[in-house]
Design a protein around this ligand. Structure first.
Ligand code: 3HC
Ligand code: NAI
Length: 718
């Protein structure tokens, strides 16, 4: 709701009250409209201040109401009522003015912001555009180029930048509401003619067409198929080319197209999913709200390779004291340099405080004796990791949490090397660890709820989105990825090319197709793992070359590695590059010949594979594995999987994540297509729909938020 009061005799005060962010729910909108009418009708009131309770002006429209039938007064007439008011209205912006919240502020005649406030139009990230006049008022106030930047990217600005751009009239370090009241008193008698933004002419730069063409090109490049950014450009175009009323009509039309699109539904689902994962639960019933994290002040990182360096940077930037251990002298000195560079770039680009003094380097694992938490990031080698966990268990102080950054090894096996297995968890970061937002927190059967809570909270403090997952080979992300990679290899055997597969996946919205990503990460990483698993051996020849454990296996990746083709680092992989370390992938004629020879050798006949098959073969087995993971209790709900895939694996956010995507395709359709491919390729693993997927499909495709009801039934019934 919105609360009306009178302050200093002549100022009507409207306070938005809808914790936690004072979103503009039906009740809040009704409250504002009622309070405005009251303020305008009271003769003693000469001016009005609008503010938000608890130091937050307003987080915008109430996203939770989007799926339901609209009730209460709409936003557009509400902002028009405020702008048309005969008494000056001042917005007192504390904390946030986002989306509809900023539109509310722009309808006021003056804006006073606290210096710590952030302002912006994040609608584009929800698949929308500012639909309460934001696309029409902002360009009139700050011009087209700055408006295009803010509206198409969703970038939030500080109060200081907002002042510089002309969005706010004053910035204060003191109480913004008090400042706004004083200001309101000072302008009580002033004419409002020049204060109504909708009456301003929109500045028309001479190179208007070029500006819009460039903006369109820019959003096309970065949007990866998302429709909202381009639609935002069109709405801003209407502000310059149409009178205000017509521009508002155009804004409404464009908003409605976006609002009713599948992309908006996916992005809004994802918004809540990313927040839902912090309310974690484990298969054994431990929960976020009953598990208390331990305090962590000092942490250690063991192994300063690719991952250890990024983790060290991330910890130091989050304010933790870090002991960084690397046994190789040469590696240590290289790591010191690399970490310093990363810290300096972070300070320069993102304004993160320089944190060199937070890090102490050592060549000896003994240096970790007094830390509260250790993150091990040495080579992916179980024997080495076991030795390190034995050492850590002997050296670390009682109660210290022992974490591993393994990509997929058994957490419980490592825990069993220690005296306190309940204090062992996985903290699986993604490369580059100081940039990527995802953290899988992996609990073993013996990890204590307190240990899980501590790792989850550490991730949050490091600016990550932490997702709790159970212990199994590859956890959630890499376990599903295995199916996706396998299918891509099989498609090559059957007649596809790396370019064709990548193009389909990039058109779907992945920033890079599966083969380009493999070249970037290094083909040798998977090769090492397969060798350790006994899948690569000269003994596999003739008919056994393409079979492992009774299932079809593609040795294509192994064969490339045997040729020294490790991807970008060697200048050759699934593609060719101009030099080792080169980044621009070009099709390699050598590979086509290689594939032809391979097919001939194994009696495979290349066939034409269409776009739809590439997409379904790559995505549906991955999705099916996601259902298996839910069935096994490794992930608590579909949101966990979707957040992992969007933040860790480049799944296009506007498609919500693999589980949400499946719900939109229709689970019965996914089952039907998997069965279809299984019939044609009975030897291909991963095509048999799992029980949970079949069960959900059979109960007529329930909405994704209902899946948990089925999943939570005893898993034995599935
Ligand atoms: N509507 C409904 N709920 C919202 C909300 C909104 N606009 N903004 C945040 N919330 C909820 C979150 O879901 C979360 O709920 P939970 O505690 O039950 O999980 C709670 O508020 C706190 O949110 P965060 O965990 O994100 O808290 P932070 O302090 O980290 O961030 C924030 C606060 C910056 C406001 C962030 O929540 C945010 O970016 N919110 C979205 C803002 C937005 O996109 N506004 C535009 C809405 S669309 C619109 O206005 C259309 C208009 O143009 C017509
Ligand atoms: P890396 O090979 O780049 O670095 C490993 C480092 O550990 C080397 O610097 C090595 O000298 C050091 N080391 C080895 N034994 C040590 C010991 N006893 N004490 C201290 N340091 C020791 O490996 P990378 O890529 O950083 O991987 C580390 C771990 O992170 C692995 O378990 C890997 O599976 C996992 N991981 C890797 C990802 C990646 O993309 N590279 C992503 C996520 C997890």
């Amino acid at each position: 709701m919105a609360f009306y009061s009178r302050v200093s005799g002549s100022v009507g005060m409207i306070t938005l009250q809808n914790p936690p962010v004072n979103a503009l729910s039906a009740a809040v909108r009704q409250g504002i409209v009622d309070a405005m009418h009251r303020a305008l009708s009271e003769p003693e009131v000469k001016s009005v201040v609008i503010c938000g309770q608890n130091g937050k002006f307003c987080g915008g429209a109430d996203i939770g109401e989007f799926g339901a039938k609209m009730t209460g007064p709409p936003l557009v007439p509400m902002v028009h009522l405020i702008e048309a008011a005969s008494k000056p209205v001042v917005a007192a912006i504390e904390g946030i003015a986002l989306g509809g919240g900023l539109e509310l502020a722009l309808s006021c005649h003056y804006r006073i912001a606290h210096s710590k406030a952030r302002l912006g139009f994040p609608e584009v990230a929800l698949g929308l555009l500012p639909g309460a006049g934001g696309t029409q008022r902002l360009p009139r106030l700050i011009g087209v180029p700055a408006s295009l930047d803010l509206i198409t990217t969703g970038r939030q600005v500080t109060a200081a930048e907002a002042r510089q751009l002309g969005i706010v009239d004053e910035v204060t370090d003191l109480n913004a509401v008090d400042a706004a009241v004083k200001f309101a008193q000072s302008v009580a008698d002033k004419s409002l003619d020049a204060r109504r933004i909708s009456t301003y002419p929109c500045p028309r730069p001479p190179d208007l067409d070029t500006i819009f063409e460039r903006a369109m090109q820019q959003v096309r490049r970065s949007a990866r198929g998302a429709i909202a950014p381009g639609t935002c450009v069109q709405a801003v175009h209407a502000a310059v080319t149409l009178p205000y009323a017509k521009g508002m009509e155009r804004e409404r039309e464009l908003f409605s197209v976006l609002f009713n699109s599948g992309q908006a539904r996916a992005l809004q689902y994802y918004f809540f999913a990313q927040r839902a994962v912090s309310r974690w639960s484990t298969a054994s019933g431990a929960r976020w709200d009953t598990s208390k994290p331990r305090p962590v002040h000092k942490a250690a990182v063991i192994g300063l390779g690719t991952m250890g360096r990024g983790i060290t940077v991330s910890l130091a930037q989050a304010g933790f004291s870090v002991v960084a251990v690397e046994t190789q002298e040469k590696q240590l000195s290289e790591a010191k340099q690399a970490v310093s560079g990363m810290l300096e770039r972070g300070a320069k680009r993102r304004g993160v405080p320089l944190a060199h003094d937070k890090i102490k380097y050592s060549c000896s694992v003994q240096a970790v004796a007094d830390v509260d938490l250790v993150i091990e990031a040495v080579f992916e080698d179980m024997a080495l990791k076991k030795t390190i966990f034995q050492q850590l268990s002997a050296i670390c102080k009682p109660g210290a949490l022992l974490c591993t950054n393994t990509s997929g090894l058994d957490i419980d096996e490592l825990a069993s090397q220690t005296q306190s297995p309940e204090l062992v968890v996985g903290m699986h970061f993604f490369a580059p660890a100081h940039v990527m937002q995802l953290l899988e927190v992996v609990y073993g059967p013996r990890s204590s709820p307190e240990a899980v809570a501590t790792a989850m909270q550490m991730g949050k403090k490091m600016g990550k989105v932490s997702v709790a997952v159970g212990n199994c080979r590859g956890f959630v992300g890499n376990r599903m990825l295995k199916l996706y990679l396998e299918q891509a290899f099989f498609l090559l055997e059957e007649g596809a090319t790396p370019e064709q597969v990548d193009q389909v996946l990039e058109e779907f919205g992945f920033p890079m197709g599966v083969f380009k990503v493999s070249d970037l990460s290094g083909l040798d990483i998977g090769w090492k793992v397969r060798k350790a698993d006994g899948l690569v051996s000269p003994a596999f020849t003739g008919t056994s070359a393409r079979i492992r454990g009774g299932s079809r296996y593609s040795p294509l990746g192994d064969l490339l590695c045997e040729q020294g083709r490790f991807g970008q680092k060697t200048g050759k992989g699934w593609y060719q590059y101009d030099k080792p370390g080169g980044r621009v992938a070009k099709p390699d004629p050598w590979l086509f010949g290689f594939l032809e020879d391979y097919r001939a050798q194994h009696g495979l006949v290349a066939r034409r594979i269409d776009h739809q098959e590439v997409l379904e073969r790559c995505l549906y087995p991955l999705i099916n594995e996601g259902f298996q993971i839910l069935q096994d209790g490794i992930a608590a709900g579909p949101e966990d999987i979707d957040v992992i895939y969007v933040l860790g694996y480049g799944w296009p956010r506007h498609r919500g994540g693999p589980m949400f995507y499946a719900s939109q395709v229709g689970l019965d359709k996914v089952v039907e297509r998997l069965e279809h491919y299984q019939q044609i390729h009975p030897d291909v693993p991963g095509l048999q729909p799992c029980r949970l997927l079949r069960k959900l499909a059979a109960i007529s495709n329930p909405a994704i938020h209902k899946w948990r009801e089925v999943i939570q039934k005893p898993r034995s019934q599935l």
